[in-house]
Design a protein around this ligand. Structure first.
Ligand SMILES: [Zn+2]
Length: 224
């Protein structure tokens, strides 16, 4: 298993910038404004020593909002990497969401799946780097959001269900399973789980068992 740390960029790797005219704190929008926070290179190296990949995941709607050009953004990104290199440090990956629902730039106007806290960036990073994604995703997702963990239609967590439940059962409100595992851990999840889907197919020899599992789940769930 690959271990990974996901870091945001602004306020984590580099300083946030105060814009007095607007009275807001936001990303650096010029190369000069990009300053690493003290100790960032050391911290990243420490993670590397501990066997973690260090991956940047960041919402960067500045281009969409017209605050900064794509070229300047790239220059800022280059400077960040140069500054890290000066500290003998580097990132293992960078993932950005450039979208915004009120973007001035049409191509970037979207209610996308990659703007955090949605999991798109983390999923992408995990797909690219074969990271144990679920653990990280679950910790970034607020309660009440329903997620399907599928990969090409295959339930992704089937073999990992027990681990997943132990990580963060409160966030899990929806299961897609054959039901057997669900029943084994029912007491851990029953108060959070609001929705289950059961997959079956023509001539499924286990269809009747699945049906019984669902009935049993619903009986236990009752009015809870
Ligand atoms: Zn996005």
């Amino acid at each position: 298993m690959v271990k990974a740390v996901f870091l945001d960029r602004d306020g984590v790797i580099n300083e946030l910038i105060y814009y007095p005219e607007q009275g807001v704190v936001d990303s650096p929008f010029t190369v000069e404004q990009l300053r690493l926070l003290p100790g960032v290179g050391v911290a990243i190296n420490k993670f590397h020593e501990m066997g973690y990949k260090v991956i940047l995941v960041s919402n960067q709607p500045g281009i969409a909002k017209g605050f900064i050009s794509a070229e300047t953004f790239d220059s800022i990104r280059d400077k960040m990497k140069e500054e890290l290199a000066k500290e003998g440090s580097s990132l293992d990956g960078e993932y950005y969401c450039f979208h915004h629902s009120q973007a001035k730039v049409d191509e970037l106007k979207a209610n996308c799946n990659c703007r955090k806290p949605k999991p798109g960036l983390l999923l992408q990073a995990a797909r690219d780097m074969d990271i144990d994604l679920v653990y990280k995703i679950i910790y970034q997702i607020p309660k009440g959001i329903i997620i399907h963990f599928h990969s090409n239609g295959e339930p992704l967590l089937y073999n990992e269900l027990f681990s997943v439940l132990s990580w963060s059962y409160k966030q899990i409100r929806h299961f897609d399973t054959n039901g057997k595992l669900l029943l084994e851990r029912i007491n851990d999840i029953i108060d959070n789980c609001e929705c289950i889907t059961i997959s079956t197919f023509p001539n499924d020899s286990e269809a009747d068992i699945k049906f019984e599992d669902v009935k049993e789940f619903l009986e236990i769930k009752g009015d809870r």
